[in-house]
Design a binder for this molecule. Structure first.
Ligand code: 5RP
Length: 218
């Protein structure tokens, strides 16, 4: 199977987690896009969706799927999204698409977080994929210096602006042995909005597309 076929297999398996008559949280990226396209076939079964990015909201609307404001809903039953890396403990790096803050908010609200990915995303230790950090623009230099002191090499994602009007620093050269600790430390730097570690709120279910089909880990 190609990587795209593996992403599709994972997205298809996630449809089983869609609860009829509830609001579904929708992630961002190529794997989440496959899920959106498949959700279109059963859109009449859900009460609506909350999107983690403007891009996903636009794709959902193109399919005629209702997109709701998070503040207008009582809850989200399940959140389906991709990841850049996952450990076997379902702690993640996300934010390759720059949507990490809204993704973290939707994941926090959701009763269940189902992560979908091709099997190449499963790693022993997080950090080979540069860790995205969303930063208030005026704090870019200060935050970069603080991250350098922690041992990372922050690179400004030049020309990219998040849906929240902020910038992204991609932090290279990290070997993240204590994801929850680093997630907390980075979020305590003034000027950081949030970082792409999903360790304090990991996924509840990881569905990996493999050559043998979709493999589910909990
Ligand atoms: C976007 C994300 C995505 O989930 C992550 O980048 C994975 O993307 P893809 O499914 O295209 O591999 O966190 O901010």
């Amino acid at each position: 199977m190609t990587p795209d076929e593996k992403k599709q297999a994972a997205a298809k398996a996630a449809l089983e987690y869609v609860e009829v008559g509830t609001v579904i949280g929708i992630g961002t990226g190529s794997t989440a896009n496959y899920f959106i396209d498949m959700l279109a076939d059963i859109k009449h079964k859900v009460d609506g969706t909350v999107a983690s990015s403007e891009a996903s909201a636009a794709r959902l609307k193109q399919h005629g799927i209702q997109v709701l404001d998070l503040n207008a809903v009582d809850g989200i039953s399940v959140y389906v999204d991709g990841a850049d890396e996952s450990t076997q403990h379902l702690q993640l790096i996300k934010g390759g698409g720059g949507a990490l803050t809204r993704e973290k908010i939707v994941a926090a609200v959701a009763g269940k977080f189902v992560c979908i990915a091709d099997e190449s995303k499963l790693v022993d230790v997080l950090g080979k994929f540069p860790l995205p950090v969303e930063v208030i623009p005026m704090a870019r230099g200060y935050v970069a210096r603080r991250i350098t002191k922690l041992g990372g090499n922050p690179i400004w994602r030049d020309g990219f602006v998040t849906d929240n009007g902020n910038i992204i620093l991609d932090v290279h050269n990290l070997e993240i042995l204590e994801p929850s600790k680093l997630e907390t430390e980075l979020n305590q730097i003034t000027g950081v909005v949030t970082n792409g570690l999903f360790a304090l709120r990991p996924a509840d279910v990881l569905i990996l597309g493999t050559d043998q089909g979709a493999k589910t880990m909990t």
